[in-house]
Design a protein around this ligand. Structure first.
Ligand SMILES: [Zn+2]
Length: 411
C-alpha cells in the first residue's frame, strides 16, 4: 500500500482562505446562503479554479457543479466533493474543505501525470445547508432521484424567493441533465462538526454511517386576545401549545437515551407582543438517531403529544414534515480503505457515525460512497469560531488523495 502524498496542503489552505473571504462576516465567519449573491461569487471563484486546471465544467439543471478530468470521458468517475453554501453564521471549513480537497487531488493527478483508469471529478452540490430553502442536502438529493427537480425548483425560501428563480438569477441553471453523471464511487472529506475526534485525540474518522434525520414543522393556529382580560380557560393560546411541544422534545429525548437527539431550533410567535395572547406559533423539531425504528417512534410520540396539546388548548395544529431521512450505511470497502490509509499515513483513526447530514448520504443511494472526518476544535461548527488545525486538514487531504487515487488507478 503506497502512502506517498503529492498533494499540497498549503495550496488547499490558501484556497480555503480565499473562498472564506467571500461572504465574510468580519469576525472570522462567513455567510453564503444558497443561491444568494455571495453563493454566486463563491461558485464563480471555484469554477474559475476548475477552469484554470482546464477541467471540463458540467453544471446540471439544479446548479450542481462538476469539474471533470480528463475532459469528455463519460466512464464512471471517482467523484470527490461537498458543498460551498453556508449557514448565516458559518465557518470557512464546513463543506468548502471537501470541495477544495477534491480540487487539490485532481490538480495533483494532473501535475504528477498519474495513470488514472477512470476520470476524477470534483463536485459542488447546491443548497446543502437547507437554511434558506428546506430541505437540506437538496442538490445531492435531487441528483440521487430522491426529490423531483420541479418540486425542488418550486421551493419557496424563508425570504419568499422561489429557488428556481434564484438559481436562474445567479446564472447556475445549467443544461447538464440531473443525475446522469456516471459515478464509480463518491468520497467526501468533511470536518467532524462535533467533539468526538478531538476528545479522543484521533485524527481521522472513517465514517461508516449517517444518522437518520427527521425535521418537522408544527404550526399552531389560535386567536390573539388581551393578556389581562381573557381568562385562561377561554383562550386559544398558540404560544402555550408551542412551548409545551418545545418542552416535550428534550424530555422525550432524555427518556429515550441512546444516541437519540432532539432540537427545537426555531420558534416564531405572532403577533409576538408582550401583552397579547399569541394568535399563531410555528416551531421546528429536528430529531436524529442511527436506528430507523427508534427515530420513527420518537416522531410518532411527538406528533401524538402535539395533537393532544392542541386539542387541550382548543387550537388548530398543522404538521408538516420538512425532512425525513433514514440512517445511511456507507460502502464497507471504502470505509476499510479510509481506515487503512489513515494508519498507513501514520494517523490515528476510528470508525464513527456522522451526526450531521451530508451530501455523501444522498449519493450513497446511487454509488458506493464514504466519508472522511477531521477534528473540529472544541467540536464547534455552524459558528464563526469553527476551526480545524492545518495539520489535521493535511491529514484529511492525504487520506482523501490516497483513497481517491487508489480507486481511480485500479481497474
Ligand atoms: Zn457541510
Amino acid at each position: 500500500m503506497t502512502t506517498i502524498s503529492y498533494a499540497s496542503p498549503r495550496r488547499m489552505l490558501d484556497r480555503l482562505k480565499a473562498l472564506g473571504e467571500i461572504g465574510a462576516t468580519g469576525d472570522g465567519g462567513v455567510c453564503r446562503l444558497a443561491l444568494s449573491d455571495a453563493d454566486r461569487a463563491g461558485r464563480d471563484l471555484v469554477v474559475g479554479w476548475m477552469r484554470a486546471l482546464d477541467l471540463e465544467i458540467l453544471i446540471d439543471a439544479f446548479g450542481n457543479i462538476f469539474g471533470r478530468y480528463p475532459k469528455a470521458n463519460d466512464a464512471p468517475a471517482v467523484v470527490m466533493g461537498s458543498h460551498i453554501d453556508t449557514v448565516a453564521t458559518g465557518g470557512i471549513y464546513d463543506g468548502n474543505l471537501g470541495v477544495l480537497a477534491g480540487l487539490e487531488v485532481i490538480e495533483t493527478a494532473i501535475e504528477q501525470k498519474l495513470p488514472i483508469a477512470r476520470p476524477l471529478i470534483v463536485a459542488v452540490f447546491t443548497n446543502e445547508e437547507g437554511v434558506r430553502f428546506a430541505p437540506q442536502m437538496m442538490g445531492s438529493l435531487v441528483f440521487a432521484g430522491g426529490l423531483p427537480i420541479q418540486t425542488a425548483l418550486d421551493t419557496i425560501g424563508i425570504d419568499g424567493a422561489r429557488l428556481g428563480d434564484e438559481l436562474r438569477r445567479i446564472g447556475y441553471d445549467g443544461d447538464y441533465p440531473v443525475g446522469k453523471l456516471p459515478i464509480h464511487s463518491f468520497l467526501e472529506l468533511h470536518i467532524e462538526q462535533g467533539p468526538v475526534l478531538e476528545t479522543e485525540d484521533v485524527t481521522i474518522g472513517a465514517v461508516d454511517r449517517v444518522q437518520g434525520i427527521s425535521w418537522t414543522e408544527y404550526k399552531v393556529l389560535g386567536q390573539s386576545s388581551h393578556a389581562g382580560t381573557t381568562p385562561m380557560h377561554l383562550r386559544k393560546d398558540a404560544g402555550r401549545v408551542a412551548c409545551e411541544i418545545g418542552a416535550f422534545v428534550p424530555q422525550m429525548v432524555f427518556e429515550m437515551g441512546g444516541d437519540q437527539v432532539g432540537t427545537v431550533g426555531r420558534m416564531i410567535l405572532g403577533p409576538n407582543l408582550t401583552n397579547v395572547v399569541a394568535r399563531e406559533a410555528t416551531l421546528t423539531v429536528d430529531l436524529r438517531n442511527t436506528d430507523a425504528g427508534k427515530l420513527a417512534d420518537a416522531r410518532k410520540r411527538l406528533d401524538a403529544f402535539a395533537h393532544a396539546a392542541a386539542r387541550e388548548a382548543n387550537v388548530h395544529l398543522e404538521v408538516r414534515q420538512l425532512t425525513d431521512l433514514l440512517p445511511v450505511p456507507f460502502a464497507p470497502d471504502i470505509v476499510d480503505m479510509v481506515e487503512a490509509y489513515a494508519s498507513a499515513h501514520g494517523y490515528k483513526a476510528r470508525r464513527m457515525p456522522s451526526g450531521a447530514g451530508h451530501d455523501a448520504q444522498m449519493i450513497a443511494r446511487v454509488a458506493p460512497s464514504g466519508m472522511i472526518f477531521v477534528p473540529s476544535v472544541g467540536g464547534i461548527s455552524h459558528n464563526v469560531r469553527e476551526f480545524t488545525k492545518p495539520d489535521d486538514l493535511k491529514a484529511g487531504l492525504q487520506v482523501l488523495e490516497s483513497v481517491a487515487l487508489r480507486l481511480a488507478m485500479q481497474n
